[in-house]
Design a protein around this ligand. Structure first.
Ligand SMILES: [Zn+2]
Length: 334
């Protein structure tokens, strides 16, 4: 099993990537799969609602992704915020326990997966006798401030003039602290829609002296800009200058923009590049539905993988609307 060392975050992560053969597979959409298993996510807490109502479904989806070949599973805490829980009448203490629970569920899924691998014939080493484990990390998801608002503003990145750097830091501080101490291997700051929020995360990690690796992943609207209109190069530069950041990349973005974005990111950082696009459909914040666009199907999505790898991506998976089938195909392609 891959173990977290006391090393510097970047050497810990480099070691992990080496053990994965240079490129790691990230899991796919969580909400999509929870719904397929019967969960009702029509709630401002979205997939975090399942932490309360159906943790077994979350565990099941993590396990599906591990069996599909994922090296990194991301916890169901994207939309889990202490402020969001409080609005539901859930106390601060209970809210913190739910954040910890999101990571615990992912760790349990990993244990079950390893246990099955041990008993079965999965991942048998060259001598055919010693079971070896595929390295698996648990990433604690942190969604943007816009994800908490649940009004789709994480897809516009427009928070208004009243929301400044300090507001964002205060908003995220306690949740990030709890997740950093939860037993997760790293923190995945996901769907970052603007430069301001990236700066807030970087300052938080530094000021609070958090000794946990993190990746910054941005949501983009085209091949050069994040959804707010800030340039991906400016955003990636902020990630590059933060010591705890071990990966910089793109998620929840149509696959067709990704190649150009990887090239832009490469001009400002040598850190590993993380790519987990959505299926290419677009989200309608008003109806809260995904609208089919010129989206690509699983098979097409996977046809991009070699190109992304070639351009410099070393962690590849899927975001919204991708499934264990997508991840299995990515895993095979790599
Ligand atoms: Zn997504």
């Amino acid at each position: 099993m891959f173990r977290k060392s006391v090393d510097h975050p970047s050497s810990f992560f480099a070691n992990f990537l080496r053990q994965c053969g240079g490129c790691a597979v990230i899991d796919g959409g969580l909400a999509t799969e929870l719904e397929r298993h019967g969960a009702d996510l029509n709630d401002p807490l979205w997939s975090a609602k399942c932490l309360i109502s159906s943790p077994h479904l979350i565990r099941r989806v993590h396990l599906d992704y591990l069996e599909a070949g994922a090296n990194i599973i991301i916890s169901a805490s994207y939309q889990a915020t202490l402020q969001g829980f409080e609005a539901k009448g859930i106390s601060r203490e209970e809210g913190e326990a739910l954040l910890e629970k999101s990571v615990k569920i992912a760790c349990e899924a990993r244990d079950i997966y390893y246990d099955r691998a041990m008993k079965g014939s999965l991942d048998i080493s060259g001598d055919g006798v010693t079971p070896i484990h595929r390295p698996v990390l648990v990433a604690a998801s942190v969604g943007s401030y816009g994800a908490y608002l649940a009004d789709g503003s994480e897809y516009s990145g427009i928070y208004g003039e009243n929301i400044g750097l300090e507001t964002l830091k205060d908003f995220h501080r306690r949740r990030v602290q709890v997740l950093a101490d939860s037993g997760a291997d790293l923190i995945a700051f996901e769907t970052i829609p603007n430069k301001l929020e990236a700066k807030a995360y970087a300052e938080l990690l530094e000021e609070e002296d958090m000794n946990i690796p993190a990746w910054f992943s941005f949501a983009c609207k085209d091949g050069t800009n994040v959804v707010s209109g800030d340039s991906i190069q400016d955003c990636a530069s902020i990630a590059d200058s933060c010591e705890q950041v071990v990966g910089v990349g793109i998620n929840c973005t149509p696959p067709r923009y990704v190649h150009e974005l990887i090239q832009s990111i490469r001009t400002v950082t040598t850190k590993p590049i993380v790519i987990y696009p959505n299926s290419g459909e677009t989200y309608d914040a008003n109806t809260k539905e995904w609208v089919p666009s010129t989206g690509v199907k699983d098979v097409d999505f996977v046809s991009y993988v070699a190109k992304w790898r070639e351009a410099g991506a070393s962690l590849i998976g899927g975001c919204c609307r991708t499934t264990p089938n997508t991840i299995r195909a990515i895993s095979k392609a790599l």
